[in-house]
Design a protein around this ligand. Structure first.
Ligand SMILES: [Zn+2]
Length: 468
């Protein structure tokens, strides 16, 4: 049995000014259709809830239609601009929503939400809207329908590529990229995580120990330490560059405050800021890709991470109010914002995400274990006490083990992962129960989804969690 794999390549693209402004419009129109479908989905969900409330028990009575139709969002009066773009661009917007909705129905993702310019900055084109042509001896993309081409898009292919059926053109902080995506049959078989867990669980203790790596994430120094004692860190030269660009961004931010609203100048300055901020993102992504690649191609078969709830840790604290006087009290929001920034800058979530999918790809397993007290526990004798820890040093009060605190924590996490594996925590596939509505929302009228968001932590709690 073979699997269908999705893969792709991404190249820098160089549209001229005319094509760039056209592509920006296409992106906007595709987003408009996508958001239209999202809104419609919300409407159906609200009606379903009303039906259930009035006693209709069949939750499928008002299903959101899973289709690519978009004509109802097109109106000469309200959205005349949609008539200027090729219909395939709009249909692909509906198609992108359909894919997102399908993922939700399969239990792979949350419901599709409204997107903005920030998180929907690309346009997907199917092969009616592009073809490869030669211009000045180079292969370039001709964008538009065959009858009505709109421009040539040059790109820099830094590796060989096949002819794609769909392409995605993306604008990131003023830079353009084109990605070619492929779905092809692979010759290798990718197994389910619980099958991999079963297989690894069959290993002898010492073999499993050698094939397991625990990873500890250190926010203070912005690095990862694995249980072999190796530190993974963004290179200093890149950190210096990030700092320099942040400084530059602050300078342009001040300049932007003096520009006139909606002026061309303001747009230019905004782009300069975006570029500078984008640099840090690119460095971090590059770092996580290199780190996770290095990990999955090694001999290791089990990766153990600490399960931290990044969302709750970095959420803004709720406003506090004095119950008697009604005055607003300090809630530590600023202190927490600084910490949140550091947590997010350490690319935790991204490392986790990439390690998960890359491990699956290589038939390896990446798991998460509870992180509580991992830095106070001795990796040799298991003695857990706050006194064991002194800054970056770890010294066990019972058995006298002395080590770097991160290395000790990584070993504790590794041991926890092995214990959980032996206990069979990762064995059985989780069965997901689909719930048509949430009882709590019905009673309180609260916003749907509020109940399943992670709880918010105070600065102290977050620090505790980190120190633990
Ligand atoms: Zn000890």
């Amino acid at each position: 049995m073979s699997c269908i794999f999705q893969s792709g390549v991404r190249f820098s693209a160089y549209p001229d000014a005319g094509l760039a402004s056209l592509l920006v419009r296409w992106i906007g129109c595709q987003r408009f259709i996508y958001n239209g479908k999202v809104g419609e989905d919300h409407l159906y969900a609200a009606q379903r809830r009303l039906l259930i409330k009035s006693g209709v028990t069949d939750p499928d009575a008002l299903k959101t239609p899973l289709d690519q139709e978009y004509s109802r969002f097109k109106s000469r009066e309200l959205s005349p601009w949609l008539y200027d773009v090729p219909s395939q661009v709009l249909r692909n917007g509906a198609y992108r929503w359909m894919c997102a909705k399908t993922r939700q129905l399969k239990g792979l993702a949350k419901a599709p939400t409204r997107r903005t310019r920030k998180n929907f900055n690309s346009v997907m084109l199917t092969n009616e809207l592009f073809r490869f042509v030669r211009s000045n001896g180079e292969e370039v993309l001709e964008i538009g329908t065959e009858k009505n081409p709109v421009g040539l898009l040059g790109f820099k292919a830094h590796r060989p590529y096949d002819l794609p059926r769909t392409i995605v053109i993306r604008n990131e902080a003023g830079r353009w990229f084109v990605s070619f995506s492929y779905a092809h049959e692979g010759d290798r078989i990718v197994r389910e995580p619980h099958e991999v867990a079963y297989e690894i669980n069959g290993l002898d203790d010492d073999v499993l120990d050698a094939a397991t790596i625990g990873l500890d994430r250190n926010v203070r120094d912005n690095c990862f330490t694995d249980s072999t004692g190796r530190q993974h860190k963004i290179e200093q030269v890149n950190l210096d560059r990030i700092a320099r660009r942040e400084k530059g961004a602050r300078r342009y931010q001040r300049r932007m405050s003096r520009t006139k609203e909606h002026s061309a100048n303001r747009r230019k300055v905004a782009q300069k800021i975006a570029r500078r901020k984008n640099y840090a993102q690119r460095v971090r992504k590059d770092f996580t890709h290199k780190t996770t690649h290095g990990l999955v191609v090694s001999e290791t078969r089990l990766f153990v991470l600490e399960g931290l709830r990044i969302k709750g840790m970095t959420r803004k604290p709720k406003a506090k109010r004095d119950p008697v006087t009604g005055k607003w009290l300090r809630n530590g929001a600023r202190a927490k914002a600084a910490l949140s920034k550091k947590i997010l800058a350490s690319c935790w979530g991204e490392l986790d995400r990439q390690l998960q999918y890359k491990a699956t790809w290589h038939n390896k397993l990446a798991v998460k274990v509870p992180a509580a007290y991992s830095s106070q526990e001795c990796s040799r004798c298991g003695h857990t006490h706050p006194g064991n820890r002194d800054g970056a040093r770890f010294a066990c009060q019972r058995c006298g083990l002395e080590a770097h605190a991160d290395w000790n924590a990584a070993r504790v996490i590794k041991a926890r992962g092995i214990r959980a594996l032996r206990k069979g925590v990762y064995d059985a596939p989780k069965t997901r129960k689909r719930v048509a509505f949430r009882r709590k929302d019905l009673e309180t009228g609260g916003s749907p989804g509020a109940s399943d968001t992670p709880e918010e932590m105070s600065v102290e709690q977050t620090l505790d969690r980190l120190a633990a």
